[in-house]
Design a protein. Structure first.
Length: 436
């Protein structure tokens, strides 16, 4: 832990607490991760110092939850959280305690969710403190709720998803009693805010063993409570099709995440792409528009995520045509037009799609082999250094066709560029002739 970039700030906070006769215990995930040899995301400190006492020691401390004993201490671009030992009383809305009372460190440990997350590291004594047998569960690679599992999940329904997510992140098994309680309490997840569900699901998809956790979600029909729109469509598939989805997802989801915003924004695209491909290939009744509207609400999709899924869906619908040996140039142009983003130049639109598919690794799995033939058609006009070449037909050329003002001009310019891609041998005059 001492090599962590936040260690200086942590030491500053803990040293001052200890110097003033307060306890300073590193708590939660940072202790678990250190014992597993994993770099901690950040550090939390549990202490017997009250919020007012913390404020006296650190005048720049930020009150983010004084009633719950939580204070934030800024330090050179990051933050250290200091929380008073506490015991949670009755919970409201399945997420938050109505009141807390300050308590001992032992009671503080017992209020937490899983044993492996309730370990303390005494900063002064340099030793692990374990009140819940968390070390044993850590060695056994087991996720186990503290006390009665169902009580923990009734207090905070989000813990149900956290348990599944920890399985995905750590590759641990879920203890039998805890697993039963998770399955029994899954329906309560629907009471959790969509924003929190989105964040937990993203973390699960970023995890090392995401596929193992997704296998549980499929098997437990958990999407009924996490992403109901997706669940309704899954119910229409047979077991073989669901197994295929899981297998293909194992190839589209990234093995290691760089935590970049780009990768986070693409996670839902990567996850739902195999399902959309299955729907496009199967040809069964499916309303993409209704499906997307559901996802927008349930997973709080960003505009970028929704737009990318829409364009990939349009692309998938064209793939059977691209795979046809008898496809004429006119049909290829029409198919390609449907893949372009509205209000974005054809250059940028196609370049983005190609880069996205390359990151997903479309060429490594056969379920989207149509992409290969599409990209082969584009390859003759792609410059590896500069992207696509300049358009042969310009905006002025299109205007000279005396088209009515409005979207028709931009649409015709797009179509001209599609002709350039489909048949690179065409001259400007050839393309204008086809457009007219």
């Amino acid at each position: 832990m001492t090599s962590h970039e936040q260690w200086e700030g942590l030491s500053f906070v803990c040293d001052k607490l200890v110097e003033n006769s307060f306890k300073a215990l590193l708590a939660g995930g940072c202790v678990r991760d250190a014992l597993l040899g994993v770099k901690a995301k950040d550090f939390d400190v549990a202490s017997d110092a009250t919020p007012d006492e913390v404020l006296k020691l650190f005048p720049n401390a930020i009150d983010v939850g004084k009633a719950f004993g939580v204070m934030i201490i800024p330090f050179e671009g990051y933050q250290i959280e200091v929380t008073r030992f506490r015991m949670d009383e009755a919970y409201k809305d399945g997420r938050h305690p109505t009141k807390v009372s300050f308590s001992s460190e032992k009671e503080d440990a017992k209020r937490r969710d899983f044993t492996i997350n309730a370990l303390f590291f005494d900063y002064k004594e340099k030793k692990i403190i374990d009140y819940v047998d968390g070390l044993s569960d850590l060695k056994k690679k087991r996720i186990k709720a503290i006390g009665l599992a169902e009580e923990r999940f009734n207090e905070d329904h989000l813990r149900v998803l956290r348990g599944i997510r920890f399985k995905a992140q750590l590759g641990f098994e879920i203890e039998e009693g805890t697993e039963k309680a998770i399955r029994d309490c899954l329906p309560k997840v629907q009471k959790v805010s969509n924003e929190r569900i989105r964040e937990e699901f993203l973390k699960l998809l970023m995890a090392e063993d995401a596929i193992g956790a997704l296998g549980l979600l499929y098997g437990w029909q958990a999407f009924a409570w996490i992403v109901p729109s997706f669940h309704r469509e899954l119910q229409k598939l047979n077991e073989e099709a669901r197994d295929e989805l899981l297998e293909v997802s194992s190839k589209t989801l990234p093995r290691k995440m760089s935590q970049s915003n780009l990768e986070r924004e693409e996670l839902f695209v990567r996850f739902f792409l195999p399902f959309l491909n299955l729907q496009a290939r199967d040809g069964s009744p499916f309303s993409f528009e209704n499906f997307l509207e559901g996802l927008k609400t349930e997973l709080v999709l960003s505009k970028t995520e929704a737009a990318t899924l829409s364009k990939l869906w349009n692309l998938l619908l064209q793939l059977p045509e691209w795979e046809s040996e008898n496809l004429d140039s006119e049909s290829k142009v029409s198919a390609l037009e449907k893949c372009l983003y509205p209000n974005v130049s054809a250059n940028e639109s196609l370049r983005y799609l190609i880069a996205l598919l390359d990151r997903i690794g479309y060429s490594q799995w056969g379920a989207l082999k149509g992409f290969a033939s599409l990209l082969e058609a584009l390859s003759s006009v792609i410059n590896s250094d500069q992207g696509f070449p300049d358009k042969i037909v310009s905006f002025d050329d299109i205007q000279s066709m005396q088209l009515p003002k409005g979207p028709a001009i931009q649409e015709t310019l797009h179509r001209a560029f599609c002709w350039q891609i489909v048949d690179p041998s065409l001259s400007k005059e050839d393309i204008l002739s086809r457009l007219s």
